[in-house]
Design a protein around this ligand. Structure first.
Ligand code: SF4
Ligand code: SF4
Ligand code: FES
Length: 1024
């Protein structure tokens, strides 16, 4: 590729050209098409098929404008703006009568078959087609004939289908198939009978299917969960939030009405998610409304006979806490709680009594993680995709190697980014003949199947395997060995047996040649072949992207990656490798801030509880289920810990065991920050106030500070007070957060409205009794940044926008009005909020003791694996691979059932046939699952997809003898259990919906303050 050509084709703000739109001069970006240029100037021009991220195909003809030859040309010719490049001095007319008429007629033609069912359509009020219809002036319906109709399909629990509304813009299939690589969705039919869907009814397989709802400009694809408990966009309170379901930290907008969360929409973030979310992030929010939420305090004596809800009294709380105030407390934080809450807990218990809730092995892993982050700065998703310029000049990834991390499961949005990286080679090819990247159809036609080289070295099968130039399934230890061999090959200057291109003195080629047919490769065994191909490709790559993570729980893997990166980085052949590390949870990187040699592992806590009989130990556990502990260890912990106080929002084993449970607000009800995989400190805001006694985690901790820990200096009524407290202690993160917040506030003075602009037609649900919308919050429940009201600043004035909206653009397509230019930063982008972690390694390096020895001494790992044992690796589908969402009924209904995948050798040894029901004894607990035999799987691994096995149990060993075939009785019990699971999920889904609908009808609900329910001085606002 030519870097120069690529540079020409990229957005460069300094290369502006002047064009004349309706005789007014405008500066636009020469790399944009005309439509993007016009929209970047905030001018209204209707369109449908163009998408800012997917480019142009010229399918809808809606974006017509008149182009004039020069200032003397008064007639001009019509062009489709999305298919027209901008050139210096070009003159166009948006207001020319002929193109205006044409645009109106295009809508008219589309409307001949459209059902005009806006009143019953879930898209109504935020529909791009509605907006365009009004914008083009198509006001009356002339067509009187019959309309074309289609049958709709069942597409699963999340996406509804109403094909009659289709206007044939092709956006859905371009997103699902071309952009996201989905295989089960297409366009069928001919002429005006064009159908967008699956070959037959069935659950959409892609974990990005929810984006169809936002990508489709009409109501063909709708959010089924939202439709089931529906409200119009203009009736929602919305708030800017951050997805809590993996470490990527996609930005979301959560919508709420009458105290229940209704939906999650994508919130554009230039650096991260751009325009797309994964389905876990979009549909996983249901846990907030779940029946499993903890809604009352456990273990605090209150007056007998009072109802649970709202039952909280600070005096009783203080009295109870006084009974425990002399105890020795250890605090266990968690990677799914906010950064602030973890910080406060650590402050309360002291650094020697603080734990991140990690086992010894996880502590070692976290330390490696921290080291790697210090050495290899993490690119944003935009950086990886080359949507923004890399720090080190104009470059792009020309090879991808994914090692030991099932990205599509652990960080789905990153997998979508990797799919775009794999297009780099195709874009280069287009560059070579001067085709602009926004010419989507031309690029795809010309480049064909050209793809950036991809290698996948995994313990589980991955969706990337089938398109990879090389893929290998090994056990975690074999992966480490394989990486070590690879590094050695590279260290030997890429000249093993003369089979690999030697780099010394050579110029790297323009495109990487991965020749799997060469004789040396062909004659090798599978692993050698893989290594030869990979080493050869790496030897030619200028900027390989290495992706890995922590899900195999192997500190050795991270050490091997470090070696590989060091080796690649040291080569002076123009190599500039980049590493992307997937962190386990939404705030795992934030918690690295609190990792020190004093931090306790779970084993150390158990040991301390057991050994210190003279000074009994008690625990405060913050949003942590300690699911990685075996039941034996959990029982041991419970037995020897004096008092167990758990703060959480959802029930689990620890809340059952605890003496005191304090109900905590979920993400939609609380404020705070998470730190994403790259160290970006991101704020999430409450969209509704929790019903007492549920309170935000920092609020409970503040009460504990006062009544349990005797920290009288702490009495926070809002999050800002907490941040100011740590800012006064000189903590840089707090200073940084406060300066960002005050920066936003100073600019504007008052908060942004959580509801869309004032307009008539809001829907009072109790209109039969009163037309006044019931207020669920007090007027004063506002913070500096956001108002619980339609009064306040326009969401466009803040980068912390609750929703996308602008005059005449009610749909999410209005995003261009929030951006500096199409696909650019938001107009009022906050300062980069990257947390500057203290990333130096905290051990003094002395020659006598290696760091590994020191870590081993602090957090020793017991040898758990016998050589004949199998390594258990969890292989759950993406929707069950997150603690907070795996119990959602809709996700459970998608689960095909427990499955165990074994290698062919094990199957033969144990005479196991596919579909046999197996019985597994894991740590004394029995699990049943259907067998699957995988020819490529490493012999020493067993891949389990067991609904009941806690998520964090990965890379544990299992003796072969602990696997047996189930008896007939056990098989029928297993089948019954699977059936029961489905039935109870269906029942739960029904119950939750009924409860929420009933709740709507029983308003006014005293959401904010129940008289006498909370008589203390902490009558805070519940928001930050
Ligand atoms: S279903 Fe929607 S996105 Fe797909 S072609 Fe029809 S209108 Fe366009
Ligand atoms: S990729 Fe991760 S952060 Fe983004 S929406 Fe999905 S689960 Fe949430
Ligand atoms: S947006 Fe230009 S043809 Fe569809």
């Amino acid at each position: 590729m030519s870097d120069n050509k690529r540079a020409e084709n990229k957005k460069t703000d300094n290369k502006q050209v002047t064009i004349y739109i309706d005789d007014v001069a405008h500066q636009v970006n020469p790399d944009d098409n005309l439509l993007a240029g016009v929209l970047s100037e905030k001018l209204n021009l209707p369109y449908f098929c163009w998408h800012p991220s997917m480019g142009s195909v010229g399918a809808c003809r809606q974006c017509a404008v008149t182009q004039y030859q020069d200032e003397n040309d008064s007639r001009g010719r019509m062009v489709m703006s999305c298919m027209t490049p901008v050139v210096e001095g070009m003159r166009i007319g948006l207001k020319d009568k002929s193109s205006e008429k044409f645009r109106e007629q295009v809508i008219g033609a589309m409307m001949t078959n459209h059902p005009h069912d806006c009143p019953v359509c879930a898209e109504g009020g935020e529909c791009h087609l509605q907006d365009m219809t009004v914008m083009t002036g198509h006001t009356s319906r002339d067509y009187c004939g019959s309309k074309r109709t289609f049958n709709n399909q069942y597409l699963g629990e999340f996406v509804g289908h109403e094909m009659n509304r289709c206007i044939t813009c092709y956006r859905c299939v371009r997103f699902y198939k071309d952009y996201a690589g989905g295989k089960d969705f297409d366009v069928f039919g001919s002429r005006n009978q064009v159908y967008f869907g699956r070959q037959k009814d069935g659950v959409l397989e892609s974990s990005f299917s929810g984006n169809l709802v936002e990508v489709c400009p009409t109501g063909v694809f709708t959010n089924k969960l939202f439709s089931a408990h529906y409200t119009r966009k203009w009736d929602l309170q919305s708030a800017p939030s951050v997805c809590a379901h993996c470490s990527i930290g996609c930005n979301t907008s959560i919508g709420e009405r009458y105290g229940s969360v209704r939906r999650v929409m994508n919130r554009y973030n230039h650096a991260l998610n751009g325009y797309f979310l994964c389905d876990r992030g979009r549909f996983g929010i249901g846990f907030v409304n779940s029946d499993k939420r903890i809604k009352s305090v456990k273990g605090i004596n209150t007056k007998v006979g009072e109802p649970n809800i709202g039952m909280f009294n600070e005096k009783s709380f203080a009295k109870e806490m006084a009974l425990h105030s002399g105890e020795h407390f250890i605090g266990i934080g968690s990677a799914r709680a906010s950064f602030e809450a973890n910080r406060l807990l650590k402050y309360l218990v002291g650094k020697k009594n603080f734990s991140l809730g990690y086992t010894n092995q996880e502590m070692q892993l976290a330390l490696r993680h921290k080291q790697l982050l210090a050495q290899y700065p993490q690119q944003s998703l935009a950086g990886i995709e080359n949507r923004v310029q890399h720090g080190n000049g104009e470059k792009e990834h020309d090879l991808v190697l994914i090692v030991g991390e099932l990205v599509e499961q652990t960080a789905p949005r990153l997998s979508l980014t990797i799919k775009q990286v794999l297009r780099n080679a195709a874009l280069d090819k287009a560059d070579s003949i001067g085709v602009k990247h926004w010419q989507d159809s031309a690029v795809r036609t010309y480049a064909g199947s050209t793809s950036t080289p991809l290698f996948s070295l995994q313990a589980q099968p991955s969706e990337f395997d089938q398109n990879a130039n090389g893929s290998l399934l090994l056990s975690p230890q074999q992966i480490v060995d394989c990486l070590t061999r690879l590094t050695q090959m590279l260290k030997d200057d890429f000249a093993i047996s003369d089979t690999v291109v030697a780099l010394s003195g050579q110029t790297t080629p323009e495109t990487i040649n991965v020749d799997a047919d060469s004789s040396d490769v062909k004659s090798s065994n599978h692993e050698d072949k893989f290594l030869l191909l990979l080493a050869r490709a790496l030897s030619q790559a200028k900027m390989p992207l290495i992706v890995t993570g922590l899900s195999l729980k192997s500190p050795e893997l991270l050490a091997a990656i470090d070696e590989l990166m060091a080796c690649l980085s040291q080569k002076s052949h123009g190599f500039s490798p980049e590493l992307t590390l997937v962190a386990p949870e939404c705030n795992s990187v934030g918690n690295l801030h609190f990792l020190s040699e004093c931090a306790l592992s779970i084993e150390q806590i158990i040991e301390r509880c057991v050994s210190r009989c003279d000074e009994p130990t008690s625990l405060v556990i913050l949003e942590q289920d300690l699911a990685q502990l075996s039941s034996k260890h959990s029982q041991l912990l419970r037995k020897h810990c004096k008092t167990m106080i758990v703060l959480d929002h959802t029930r689990h084993d620890m809340t059952e065991m605890a003496d005191i449970v304090l109900p905590v607000a979920a993400i939609s009800e609380s404020n705070g920050h998470f730190v994403n995989f790259q160290g970006r400190l991101q704020r999430f805001n409450s969209v509704h106030i929790p019903v007492k006694p549920i309170m935000e985690n920092w609020h409970w901790l503040s009460l504990l500070a006062k009544h349990l820990f005797n920290h009288q200096e702490i009495n926070f009524n809002n999050l800002e007070q907490l941040q100011s407290f740590f800012a006064k202690h000189g903590e840089p993160w707090a200073l940084q957060v406060l300066s960002c917040q005050s920066g936003e506030g100073k600019q504007t003075g008052n908060g942004v409205a959580r509801q869309t602009h004032r307009a008539s037609g809001r829907t009072a649900i109790m209109a039969n009794q009163s037309v006044h919308e019931v207020k669920t919050y007090l007027e004063n429940s506002q913070n500096g940044a956001l108002n619980y009201s339609m009064e306040g600043r326009d969401s466009r004035s803040s980068s912390n926008m609750p929703y996308t909206w602008s005059p005449e653009w009610n749909s999410n397509q209005s995003i261009f009005q929030h951006q500096q230019e199409v696909n650019g930063e938001l107009t009022n982008a906050e300062h980069e909020n990257l947390l500057n972690l203290t990333l130096s390694v905290f051990f003094d390096e002395s020659p006598q003791t290696s760091m590994a020895e020191k870590i081993d001494k602090l957090w020793p790992i017991l040898p758990i694996k016998e050589s004949e044992d199998l390594i258990v690796i969890q292989n759950l589908p993406w929707y069950l691979a997150d603690q907070q969402t795996r119990c959602l009924p809709e996700f459970i209904l998608m689960f095909p059932g427990n499955m165990v995948s074994i290698s062919k050798d094990i199957a033969e040894q144990r005479s196991i046939q596919p579909q046999d029901v197996l019985k597994l004894n894991i740590d004394g607990q029995y699990f049943f699952a259907k067998a699957k035999v995988n020819m490529k799987q490493a012999e020493s691994t067993i891949l389990v997809s067991l609904f009941e096995l806690p998520l964090s149990n990965n890379n544990i060993s299992l003796a072969l003898d602990n696997i047996s075939k189930a008896t007939n009785d056990e098989i029928s019990d297993f089948q019954q259990d699977e059936l029961n699971r489905i039935q109870s999920a269906q029942q739960e889904k029904f119950n939750v919906l009924e409860r929420l609908k009933k709740q709507d009808k029983t308003i006014p609900i005293a959401f904010y303050d129940i008289e006498g329910a909370f008589d203390g001085e902490n009558k805070g606002e519940g928001n930050g």
